[in-house]
Design a protein around this ligand. Structure first.
Ligand SMILES: [Zn+2]
Length: 358
């Protein structure tokens, strides 16, 4: 009996250890491991044979699985789907301030208003190397949108319902820093309101041709043109932007990754990376790591491209499958500067704020 009690206590202690959560496999649900501990039958529970064989002992020491623990770090998504998820407290070193931003009012009917600009038969993912706010490690000018590579002539779809604000070339009418920047483009005005009360637009650049016309009512998924490389473009691709307020202002963009609906089972991670003085840091490499599932992004400057008015983010990971991840940040010297565990909810924005120590 004594040894049993000791073993029971050992099991309990093991189950209660905060380190019981797997470190190497952060997205493995912990309940499975704990259930295995409690469910394992202990061989010496079999009552020893007594002198009188007729005296069948009753199995009085059958353990009920009382130590089935609900892991305390499994976040229950109690918040409404339109709200932003709270990051799970960091489990490792690093000065991670956790902050739950106010519920976004800038999105109507959910966090994500738009679909993809291509059908599923084509490439619906954008270049992660040259993301929003990126200079592709100093090689290109700062990016105000996302680039979707698809062959010349691939049909481009409107990402949401709206009215065509402009369809044509940007030679006489400027939408970028100089004439013929976007080549043949389409701008759609959507029937949603931003947090500031301003209108929301999407811009589609570098088209080979457009089949849309000014004032046209379009539906999400409707073909508005075809992929090309007009304007300032390296090869055939679609350049997609989200603009707020002024559809003709190059400085009115926001990160489309916060607007494109993630695929089922996936969510978005947005955040701010700062130094200890509170300054937002630019060009910081951030990684989300889970076994067989890694994501890479870079932070952007809030002065060269805008973050969301409410979130104020300067980095985003999009299309992240739900689960646990390590968020790691490397310093300029390549050494690990920050590491914490976060949980990504499907269909939501998980917000995390990182302060880097000097
Ligand atoms: Zn682009």
């Amino acid at each position: 009996m004594k040894s049993l009690a000791a073993l029971f206590l050992a099991c309990l202690a093991l189950a209660l250890l905060p380190n019981a959560m797997p470190e190497a496999a952060p997205n493995t649900p912990t309940p499975i491991r704990i259930a295995q501990i409690t469910a394992t039958p202990l061989p010496f529970f079999t009552p020893p044979p007594t002198d009188t064989p007729t005296d069948t002992p009753t199995p009085t020491i059958t353990l009920t699985p009382t130590i089935t623990l609900t892991p305390s770090i499994t976040p229950t998504p109690t918040i409404a789907p339109t709200q932003i998820g709270t990051a799970v407290p960091g489990l490792l070193s690093g000065d991670s301030a956790l902050w739950t931003p106010p519920a976004p009012t800038n999105r109507v009917g959910g966090n994500f208003l738009f679909g993809r600009p291509f059908s599923f038969r084509h490439n619906t993912y954008w270049s992660r190397e040259y993301g929003y706010g990126s200079t592709k490690r100093g090689q290109l000018q700062i990016h105000h949108g996302l680039d979707f590579a698809n062959p010349h002539g691939t049909a481009i779809q409107a990402v949401g319902d709206g009215v065509v604000y402009y369809a044509g070339a940007d030679v006489e009418r400027l939408f970028g820093p100089r004439p013929d920047f976007y080549g043949i483009l389409v701008v759609i005005e959507h029937p949603f309101m931003y947090s500031t009360g301003e209108k929301i637009y999407t811009l589609y650049g570098h088209m080979r041709e457009t089949v849309a016309y000014n004032g046209q009512q379009v539906k999400a998924g409707e073909v508005i043109g075809y992929v090309g490389a007009t304007g300032v473009a390296l090869g055939a691709h679609l350049h997609l932007e989200v603009r707020i307020g002024d559809p003709e202002s190059y400085d009115a963009t926001r990160n489309p990754e916060l607007w494109l609906t993630p695929y089922e089972g996936a969510g978005v991670v947005a955040g701010i990376v700062r130094d200890i003085y509170g300054n937002k840091l630019e060009g910081v490499q951030l990684e989300l790591q889970a076994p067989g599932n890694n994501h890479l992004t870079f932070s952007y400057s809030g002065t060269r491209v805008n973050g969301d008015n409410i979130l104020g983010e300067n980095f985003v990971f999009a299309d992240v499958n739900t689960g646990y991840y390590y968020l790691t940040v490397k310093g300029a010297d390549g050494a690990l500067a920050h590491r914490q565990m976060i949980y990504v909810w499907a269909g939501q924005v998980t917000f995390v704020e990182v302060h880097l120590l000097p």
